[in-house]
Design a protein around this ligand. Sequence first.
Ligand code: FAD
Length: 538
Amino acid sequence: MKRNFLNLNQKTFDLIVIGGGIIGTGIARDAALRGLNTLLVEKEDFACGTTSSSTRLIHGGLRYLRMLEFKLVWQDLHEREVLLNIAPHLVSRLAFMIPLLKSEPLYRMSLPFGLCLYDILASGKSLPSRKHLSRSRTLNMEPTLSNIPDLVGSYLFYDCQAGNMERLCLENAISAAEKGACILNHTEATGLLLEDNAVKGINITDRITGTDYVVRGRMVINAAGPGADLIWNKINVSRNYNLRRTKGIHLVTRKLTSKALVLFAKSDGRLFFIIPWYDYSLIGTTDTDYTGSLDKVRAEQSDVDYLLSETRNYFPWFKPADICYTMAGLRPLVSRGEQKESNTSRAHKIIDHELDNGIARLISILGGKITAYRAIAEEAVDLACKKLLVNVRCSTAQAPLPGAPAVNQNDTLKIAREQKLSVETVSYLGGIYGSRMTSVLTHVNRDCHPDTNICQGYPDIPAQIKYAVAEEEALTLNDFLLRRSTLGLSPSQGQDAVEPVAKEMALLLGWNNQEKQKQIQDYRDLVARSQEFRKGAI
Ligand SMILES: Cc1cc2nc3c(=O)[nH]c(=O)nc-3n(C[C@H](O)[C@H](O)[C@H](O)COP(=O)(O)OP(=O)(O)OC[C@H]3O[C@@H](n4cnc5c(N)ncnc54)[C@H](O)[C@@H]3O)c2cc1C
């Protein structure tokens, strides 16, 4: 994947996609696989928005059954299976436990129906069905639940996790580029070209060089997630839909449990998760209306207090010092006037602006879960194709993503032997890049010990930096630390890796010292934002 601005001013694309989150990259991939001449612009980096601040579950969403969203759950359970097939290196099954408490008899009675329905909606899928476990079997599987005095048993069921959501998004972008799409991160759509009530292209700015371009397109899809309405503002599109932005935060903590837990907040009855994620736990999430600046979303002290005290109801020893950092993101929901944030539907809406407000050649996507991204993309590209009079069927449900298949144990051992790398390193690289790991290894410097890590305590190797810059458009320190490697996601947020990575990227990208310091500061600012809740000392 190479950013290519050559002759952009003279080109007319079949389809222009604004936004490089999971929905936008999914659309670009689908369109490119159908042979459409496609451009995608992302103002920062792939997955840097809501996509990377999610709970990282590929799930039907048990909670949505309570909201009677049967169609949504059914579709998402189908998509869960599709993703297990096309991205086996990134999506894996995850066992969930729902503790049953003596103090909640009503819930104990209704839960079996919900889980039974969940299984029925998932029927024919590869994951095991629900199981009821006695108290002692529950504690055998998850001894940490012994803190709950009135535990009477649990239900065990399965869903999926894409721990490296950033990679799932990136691989959609890579696949699109490999099929000929022009994929530009750090490129902002700054305006829409409106002629005779039709969108004929967009204005863009390359945020790395500051250069402006005007690009023509036969169709534009607005997949800017929580920023979708800001795109409408550029041409004063009248609004028939309300985008409701709700904030959701997560706590990244030391590892609390080995199984994923579905728990209920005592204060408001909301469901929340404690999920094993790498060697730590992810606790979330919250759901509160957000009206502030899109660039300043962060976990406030009140958000952290809520999750902290609800977690303490189950794990009384859990304390602020167990929190490594926080993550915060915005849901782009379609409001139908619901009062409570958590009652607002998670279903997506595809807006054909020609029908909606008379602006031709513009489609907007609102809402939608990551789980359904491929199906949402298919629906959006079907609509674009219909308008472009193109008759090619979608193939993304069958075409594996670039890093598939997953690397198995035998291959790991063989590669480790051949490349003279530790099994731990190869297994870690396989977890990130899947079968593309072999391309990363071509960047290993054979002059020094190939296994020398970027810094002590992390399995990442310098070849990853070279690969990310050469092949995956890592253009900033944040891109590499947060979205090409997992260094920035670790409990210490990769602080020890900042200097060595910045040094290597400066060499590869020609940064002078001032630029290198700016990059370091940008990263440190981001880390500081994720720690800001501590200022209020809970
Ligand atoms: C706390 C939380 C937990 C969630 N958990 C789950 C979960 O476990 N499973 C699940 O399936 N779903 C989950 N979701 C929902 C899911 O994360 C989102 O619905 C999904 O990520 C939306 O993707 P997107 O591509 O629309 O938005 P984004 O990922 O935000 O992408 C939009 C992109 O557009 C870019 N952009 C904006 N304006 C411009 C412009 N002018 N020019 C160029 N680019 C622009 C942004 O930089 C951004 O990268 C969760 C959401 C939240 C908030």
